[in-house]
Write a protein that binds this ligand. Structure first.
Ligand code: ATP
Ligand code: MG
Length: 202
């Protein structure tokens, strides 16, 4: 499974609907400083619910909505605004074949298709009111549903699916024990250690 396409709409510096294709092996993004490369990664983390706002370089969720006055620090509220990011996953290998999501409309099997769409929208309705919505294949769901779905593909907020700037240096300067814990996390052993500990406590 891999990301096939990213669709940004009014997210950070992307004031126009922008489609970014990803290839199944390797994709690089290049551009001058400040052109929005990191914003693209922030968009993935935002849509998949994988980071806190600080992790996507924003103080609050509404800072992620395109603001033409962003660089002049103009953030006064001027009517309803919203940002939307869609991550289209290529599921041709049926990584998520057995996955389902439970929503108000019932239980949906989501994984027996070639493409899975995960979408998040943040909508600001007034100075300090905003809403955040998640969708899987167009169906409104909760963050926990997204978490469940992604964890079946080995993608978790604690995981190292995304290596951020500075992460490598941080890992190098860690103690051998902590480094081992990170490797366990990546190998998927850490989850079993946690379960074992829980069982001993009981
Ligand atoms: P570098 O090479 O320096 O890492 P980059 O390509 O990663 O640069 P980003 O950090 O992705 O650049 O983009 C920074 C730009 O995004 C800044 O110019 C900033 O003004 C703009 N930006 C961030 N949030 C918003 C927003 N809400 N509305 C408009 N522009 C925004
Ligand atoms: Mg950057």
């Amino acid at each position: 499974m891999h990301i096939k396409e990213l669709v940004l709409d009014d997210f950070k510096s992307f004031g126009r609907k922008t489609r970014i294709p990803f290839y199944d092996d390797f994709t690089t993004i290049s551009g001058p400083n400040g052109s929005g490369k990191s914003n693209i990664i922030d968009a993935v983390l935002f849509a998949l619910g994988l980071a806190r706002t600080s992790g996507i370089r924003a103080e609050k969720l509404t800072d992620l909505i395109y603001n033409p006055g962003h660089d002049d620090d103009e953030s006064g509220f001027s009517g309803e605004r919203e940002a939307e990011v869609e991550v289209v996953l290529d599921n041709a290998d049926r990584t998520l074949e057995r996955s389902q999501v439970v929503s108000a409309a019932g239980t949906d099997k989501v994984g027996d298709v070639d493409e899975i769409s995960i979408k998040r929208r943040v909508k600001q309705t007034d100075e300090d009111t905003y809403y955040s919505y998640y969708y899987v294949n167009g169906r409104s769901v909760n963050l926990s549903d997204i978490r469940d779905l992604l964890s079946q593909a080995g993608v978790t907020p604690e995981g190292y699916n995304v290596v951020m700037q500075g992460d490598v240096t941080e890992i190098i300067t860690k103690t051998p024990l902590r480094r081992r814990e990170i490797i366990d996390e990546i190998a998927g052993v850490a989850a079993f250690d946690a379960k074992k500990e829980d069982a001993f406590e009981e």
